[in-house]
Design a protein around this ligand. Structure first.
Ligand SMILES: [Zn+2]
Ligand SMILES: [Zn+2]
Length: 375
């Protein structure tokens, strides 16, 4: 019997439907691997790239978050990035981007997230180019040499890895590496999507005494409290205006002061003006949610000076952040029921799943391809 050909979710045109197409799998090149996808995560960025907010090559092999089993190892690939032996059947995850390592941003600025030559699975790889299987919404993906492959710890499930597939490493980069959060810190997180939830969880892990999540809908705030991502919530349904939210937030903080740290993960430009108000004098502010350019917004820069705010920006993540994310998972899943946030769809349901992510009716979605030859 002939071996079935792997299916790959492909975007042919901006705003068009995503179709499943057949591409042959191949022997991985030296240093690479062929991986059977167990779950492919859907990220908010996928909604934006489908609608043309990000410049992507077409036809695009979609899916920049995925986990799966090693099916073939290319010559010379014997360990994961941490030096653990790799074998066929192992459960792995990988950083979706491969910085070039030789540009000004990589070498001089030492900021591989800013590398303009990065290869990113599911974002800038054409399905029509060899080796075709270049997205995570697929039955198989071919990882090339230079991919940061990490074995998944035994105590962590595929679902738990993919729930914060992009959000976890994004928060490691933005929150853990930039911000000074100490035992006793009061942290405000704007936005209850995956990046907001991940930021809240890491703020707690860093010792924050009070983490307040501001966002909506009410059901998401309730879920954030239920999984222990935040200690309190200010939901947009009950407090629809910025002054009302500011007042509600201040009432939750000791002495009605502001936040030591504000983490903007809302993705709405106007949220940044609100961040400035939420911060206490000498506080820190991280603008993390504006990954897609939604245009300018009025802010009062006087308050940044007067309050002596420390303002940070952080763009995506580099492979090293992904490694830290995976290493943090055994502890994170002890503290928070990550898998409870996840809604799983079949690969064939991709267009419905993407629509549900776009409408916000699910917090986090992932696709489970049909092949069932589990190791
Ligand atoms: Zn993403
Ligand atoms: Zn580079």
């Amino acid at each position: 019997m002939e071996k079935p050909v792997p299916k790959v979710a492909v975007l042919e045109e901006i705003n068009g439907p995503i179709t499943l197409q057949d591409f042959p799998d191949s022997q991985p090149s030296p240093g690479g691997a062929l991986v059977e996808v167990a779950l492919g995560g859907i990220c908010g960025t996928d909604v934006h790239l489908r609608t043309g907010h990000l410049n992507v090559p077409l036809p695009l092999a979609m899916g920049h978050e995925a986990v799966g089993w090693i099916r073939k190892l290319g010559d010379g690939l014997t360990t994961d990035v941490e030096g653990q032996p790799l074998a066929v059947g192992d459960r792995v995850v990988w950083a979706n981007n491969i910085p070039c390592g030789s540009c000004h941003e990589c070498l001089v600025l030492k900021e591989p997230t800013l590398c303009l030559n990065r290869k990113i699975y599911g974002i800038n790889r054409r399905a029509s180019d060899f080796p075709h299987l270049q997205g995570g919404w697929a039955e198989m993906i071919v990882l090339e040499a230079g991919t940061t492959i990490i074995k998944i710890p035994d105590s962590v499930s595929f679902e738990e890895v993919i729930t914060l597939g992009c959000a976890g490493p994004t928060a490691i980069h933005g929150v853990v590496e930039n911000l000074k959060i100490e035992p006793g810190s009061v942290v405000a997180v704007q936005g209850a999507g995956p990046v907001g939830l991940a930021s809240a969880m890491y703020a707690k892990a860093m010792g924050a005494a009070l983490v307040v999540i501001l966002g909506g809908p009410t059901s998401r705030i309730e879920m954030a409290l239920q999984i222990g991502a935040a200690d309190a919530g200010v939901d947009m349904d009950s407090y629809p205006t910025a002054p009302e939210r500011l007042d509600a937030f201040r009432q939750l903080t000791p002495h009605g002061g502001g936040a030591d740290v504000v983490i903007e993960c809302a993705g709405v430009p106007s949220a940044v003006a609100e961040s400035i108000d939420l911060a206490r004098p000498n506080g820190q502010l991280l603008v993390l949610g504006q990954y897609t350019d939604h245009g300018p917004t009025p802010i009062n820069p006087h308050l940044i000076t007067k309050k002596q705010l420390k303002v940070f920006g952080s763009w995506g993540f580099a492979p090293a952040h992904y490694v830290k994310y995976v290493k943090s998972l055994p502890q994170l899943v002890k503290n928070h029921d990550l898998a409870s946030i996840l809604s799983v769809y079949s690969l064939e349901e991709i267009n419905d799943a993407l629509a549900d992510v776009a409408s916000g009716s699910v917090t986090k979605a992932a696709l489970r391809p049909g092949t069932k030859n589990e190791a």
